[in-house]
Structure formats: C-alpha cells, structure tokens
Design a protein around this ligand. Sequence first.
Ligand code: PEP
Ligand code: MG
Length: 583
Amino acid sequence: MRLSGLGVSPGVGIGRALVVSRGARDLRFRVPDHRIDGEIARLGAARDRSRDQLRQIKDRIDRAAGPDHAYMFDAQLLMLDDPMLVDRAVAIIRDQRVNAESALRQALDELSRLFEQADDPYLRERKGDVGDVVGRLTMNLRAGAPQEDLFRDVEGPLVLVADELAPSVVAQLDWQRIAAFVTDAGSWTYHTAILARSIHVPAVAGVRNASRVIPAGALLAVDGNTGEVLVEPPAPVLREVEARLHQHRADERSLAALAMLPAVTEDGTAIRLEANIELADEATRAREGGAEGVGLFRSEFLLARGGAAGLDEDAQYEAYRRLLDEMRGGRVTVRTFDVSEAQLGLGPAGSGDSSRAPLGLRGLRLSLSFEEVFQAQLRALLRAAVHGPLRIMFPFVTGVRELREAKAAVAEAAHALETRGLAVPPVPVGIMIEVPSAALTVDLLAEEADFFSIGTNDLIQYTLAVDRTDDRVSRLYEPLHPAILRVLRLIVRGARRRGVPVSVCGEMAADPALLPLLIGLGLREFSMAPAAIPVAKQVVRRLRVTDAARLASRVLRAATAADVERTLTEFQPAAPGRQPMKG
Ligand code: PEP
Ligand code: MG
C-alpha cells in the first residue's frame, strides 16, 4: 500500500507502526514475544474490573429506576464473556503480537461488521453496546498501566501514526526510538510539524485515514521530502528507500560542515541566524549547528507535562537558566506562553481542545488574564537574565495597549524581585508581529518595543484568513501572496525608520528559496529550526544583497503568488535543499 500526504519534515524513516488515536487515548503497537502473556493477563484483569463495575452500575440502576432499565447491563455483562470479544482479542494478541488495546479494537471492528449485516434492527442497535463495553475495557486497561510503561520495551525503531498528534505528546516521547511521524491531519506550520523538524524526525502530515488503515506493527517507509508513506514495501523497494535514507544522512553531514562558517553575503553583509527551539535539550545541538542564539524559545512546551500548575517559578527559572548556559553567551529570546486556556491547564473543565483558539483567549491576552501565571513566568525570566543575554518576547500582540499592559506586568515582576532583595538586570522586551493589527501599527509599537520578530505562520493565517492547521485549505495558505509581501515590507520599513531591530521567526525564514527575497526586503535577522541553519548559511554566502534588493522590488510588482514564485525560480533555479512551503 502506498499513501501520500504533505512532507512536513525532511528525511527518510523506516520502522514499525505505533498507532495513536483520539488524542493518544488509543495506542496500538506490536509487542515483543516475552510480553504476550503479560498483555493477555492485562486484558483478563481489565475484564474482571469491568465486570465488577457493570454489576455495581446494574444494582444502582435497578434500585433507582427498576429492572426494566437495568436489563441492558445484563446484555453488557454477557458481552464481556462472549467468545467473539475478549477471547477473540486474546487470539489476536497471540497471532499478531499486538498490544491488548489494539486486539480489542480489531475484535470490536469484526463484531461491528457482523451487527451491521444483521437484518434485525434490535441486533443492529447492539453495536453501540459493544462499543460501550470495549470503551470500558480500554479504560480499565489504561488504569492498570501507565502509558510510558506500555511501550517501554516495544521493539524499535517505531513510526508513530496518529490521527492528530499534540506537541505535548511528542514532547514526552523518547525520540531516539521514533523513526518518523505520520498524521491524518496537519500542515507545514502545524506545531507538531515544527517540532518534528526541530528534533530531526521525518514527518508526513495530512495523510487522510492513515491511523485507520495502517495496521499496528506494519513495516513503514516514510519520506518526509516527498510525502510518501509505503506500507509493508517489498524488499527491492525497501532497499531503495534505505539508500535514500543513507543519502539524506550523508547530505546532512556535508551541510554540517558549513555550520561554523560565518553567515555573510558575498558582498559583505552579515546576516544573523538563530534557532527556534521548543525544548531546552535542543539548545546544544542548535549551537553546534551554527546558531548564534535562540531567536524563539516556545516556552509553552514547558507546560507539556502538567500545565501551569506543575510548573512553578523555580522550575521555569532553572529551564531558562539552562538555556542560557547551553548557548554559552549567545542571546536567548524567550517567548512567554502562547497557549489556549485548556493547554494552560487552568481553564474551566471542557474549556476546549488542545489547539490554540485562533481568535480567542490565547497568547498575551491569555497571560494578561491569568495574572499569577504571568507574574511567575516574568519573575523566572528576570531572575534568569542575570546569567546571560536574555530577551522577553510577547506573542499575539494586537496593539499598543496590550504591550503597555505587558510592560507594566514586567515592571511589577521586577519590583517583586527587588523587594526580595534580588538584583534585576535590564532586559529587552519585544513582541511578535503576527497579527495584521500589529503590522499596521508597527510605527506606534516601535515607540515602546525593544525589538520585533515577525511570526509569518500566524501573520499569513490571519492576513489571508486561512486556518494554518486545516489541510483542506492548505492550497490557499500562500506565503508569497502579494498581501504578505506588502505586509512584510510595511513592517520592515516601519521598524527600520525607528531603529527597532526586526527578525523573522516564522517558517518562511526556514525556506532557503525565500531567504534572498526576505534579505532583499531589508531583513537581516532570522530564526529557524536548527536543521535549517546550514542550508540558510549556504544561501547567504552565495548571495549578493544588491541582487536580492533587485529581486524584491521585481517581486513586489507581481500580481499573484504564482507570479512571485516564477520570479523567484528565475532568480535561483536550484535552491539547495529546497522544501516548498506549504500550509
Ligand atoms: C508564528 O506565528 O510565525 C510563530 C513563529 O509562532 P507559532 O508558530 O508558535 O505560532
Ligand atoms: Mg504564532
């Protein structure tokens, strides 16, 4: 079987499928021989627990509403012992060597098909009951085993196949064991894709139904450049993919040789290249890969384990301090949390899913409404700033009023530290420009911000009204739309006129084919996934700023993204390592 999607993180990965669905609640993978009996025992224990629970529920309903309503639980109790359910799952565990959850799910699918074929409407309706019983069994399986332990000794390498993959789930995985990611949903600027590029894991997103059609344990070959996913490829094809994998590694090694060369254009203009980092562990690799600093630390990834409640001021201080230590004097720009209420872990129950509300309470506006969380983060940042050149950056700023409120919060945090007797060094405070209203008021913001960083991922989404996480509209997500080029020019001019440094930290900066254009528009600082830095260096070192400026003025006259793209291709027909930008 051959599936295809959007290649969102380059490289090639080969491994066995570990299937994750419904926000990591369903986990399906192949287990080693020595764990087969353990899986069967787990299923047995889950059946016993489910039986006890169903009996209790039945008694309660019997007392409260009478036996007419309690009878359905008799049916569920019978299903627990039906040979076509748990016993069938046991047989699947033995035959296919998959985990108990996976076997149960397969048994459920088989039974559901039988019920669907039944003529009797009563029988057809029983499908819901079996689903209910399987849901209970799965819940009890999980209650008996923490997720980390579940695939502790599963044979690797693994390809994680998921319907949706939250960055917080990825952050907790042991990446050494993950050969690639494949997701049903997602796009180029989806946070999991960004994270995959940062941690050098090949990834393909937008592969419709991958998590349903790929069996747990199937051998997969994933190409993050072409977006191709091969399921159980025949030996000759596999050998060809392996050759591609070795080639990719060799290319990476030869690019790494560029890492320590200065990023200076052929005509002598210095370009600053920094790294976007989601996890403090990546800092050393970024520095070694040639990053002059961290241009964007997405601090919200610190929340992955337990939300704001599990992350106090001291824990954050340690994390920021570690980043500064790892960068050995290189500048570190920490962006305050850019999350939704649900991700902060403090919102009302059921206050949303794991994605950021695109027009709702997120970013700075969320921080401003959770004062304690914001103050703790600002105190931690100001304390850490004693150890190196740290900058504070606010996400999702829409205008001067918000910036003023945020700066007042910084002053308050500094005051709190001073009353504790701590010294607070001056810390530059800047903002992301990622909302059109900020771009349109850049001259006003420049009076009060120490620096700007352009977040093209959101800026494109809000300027073009295209949801960056929705693969159905990814065709419309055009970084080269004339509106985007104009808005970039507006920001650069506004910032330069007032002497405020401006960089780009959105994914546009990581596309080597777009770098000449961005430099031509007047930008001199960029922050990108560490893996993109060596190629960016190569592009910079071959570029003349005068040519880039000519290119920009030509491109700004183009009427459509396609015209822009054509002009760019003429300028640089074979950009090295080009990954086309996608939504
Ligand atoms: C952006 O919006 O371009 C950006 C860098 O931030 P994020 O991708 O985290 O929204
Ligand atoms: Mg953003």
